[in-house]
Design a protein around this ligand. Structure first.
Ligand code: HXC
Length: 256
């Protein structure tokens, strides 16, 4: 099978690049399988502390593969393994950053939204154009966008299919930072390196705790945070972190 997802590693940061330029990185079932499979392979690796998902300068991902979808019958939609892609992605415990340049449309926008942070190039274009095809987002777009942008703005994008740019995405709180075209990958990798410097168990617990905020009411969310905090207090890394602070030196985290 061709490498639809190119995987590399620099220190504790994994970089996964979508590589299907002839179809604008459309998320074919094969590409989705490779991406989810690679993330699941990296997730338990203690050497991997943050993952960056990127496309090319021109396109992050143009959405689900319209050609493949056009041939799918209703019963196939119900049984298709691609349906589990989004659940598999949401189950990844490693912090993930989307590095977006060019188009992030439909499933491409949803892929970025499924990551924990987004770094976007100035020229990036986001959108949920599914309505133009007679469908609606199916990878979490209506839910994750509504949680970030609110109902009214999400309605506009989902009902009209119109795109929004990186500056608007930033103003609406969807992306963490907008950087000059040409620096998007470098900046995303730098942010990932900052995350990867942190004690990895605490980073995973922090990710888990924040994600619960999207799912639950305040009091149970705070209760859950407390349990995760107690777990963090049981790690060797927190002894190291606190000791290093008191000894006025840099901590050396081992992921234990
Ligand atoms: C399959 C795609 C594709 C897609 C582009 N291509 N997007 N193939 N699925 N999503 C293919 C084109 O058919 C074409 O193939 C080649 O890539 C180049 O596309 P162009 O349109 O010529 O490129 P460009 O002018 O650069 O425009 C880029 C673009 C545009 C703005 C991204 O391609 C576009 O609007 N794509 C569709 C975006 C979209 O509607 N996404 C939502 C999909 S539904 P040939 O063979 O002609 O060279 C979705 C549902 C998710 O995502 C549900 C959850 C799973």
């Amino acid at each position: 099978m061709p490498e639809l997802v190119e995987s590399s590693r620099d220190g504790h940061v994994a970089l996964l690049r979508l590589n299907r330029p002839e179809a604008r990185n459309a998320l074919s079932p094969e590409l989705m399988e490779q991406l989810a499979g690679e993330l699941e392979r990296l997730d338990p690796d203690p050497e991997v502390r943050c993952a960056v998902i990127a496309g090319s300068e021109k396109v992050f991902a143009a959405g689900a593969d319209i050609r493949a979808m056009s041939e799918r019958s209703f019963s196939e939609v119900l049984r298709h393994p691609a349906a589990s892609f989004w659940r598999r992605l949401a189950a990844i415990k490693t912090p993930m950053i989307a590095a977006v340049s060019g188009y992030a449309l439909g499933g491409g926008c949803e892929l970025a939204l499924a990551c924990d942070m987004i770094v976007a190039a100035e020229g990036a274009q986001f959108g949920q154009p599914e309505i133009n095809l007679g469908i609606i987002p199916g990878g979490g777009g209506t839910q994750r966008l509504a949680r970030v942008l609110g109902k009214q703005r999400t309605m506009e994008y989902v009902l009209t299919g119109r795109r929004f740019d990186a500056a608007d995405a930033h103003a609406m709180g969807l992306v963490n930072r907008v950087v000059a075209d040409g620096r998007w990958l470098e900046e995303a990798l730098a942010l990932a390196a900052d995350v990867a410097k942190q004690p990895p168990i605490a980073a995973r617990l922090a990710k888990q705790a924040v994600l619960v905020a999207e799912e639950t009411a305040l009091s149970p969310g705070i209760e859950n945070e407390r349990r995760l905090y107690e777990l963090a207090m049981a790690t060797e890394d927190r002894v190291e972190g606190m000791t290093a602070f008191l000894e006025k030196r840099e901590p050396k985290f081992e992921g234990k």
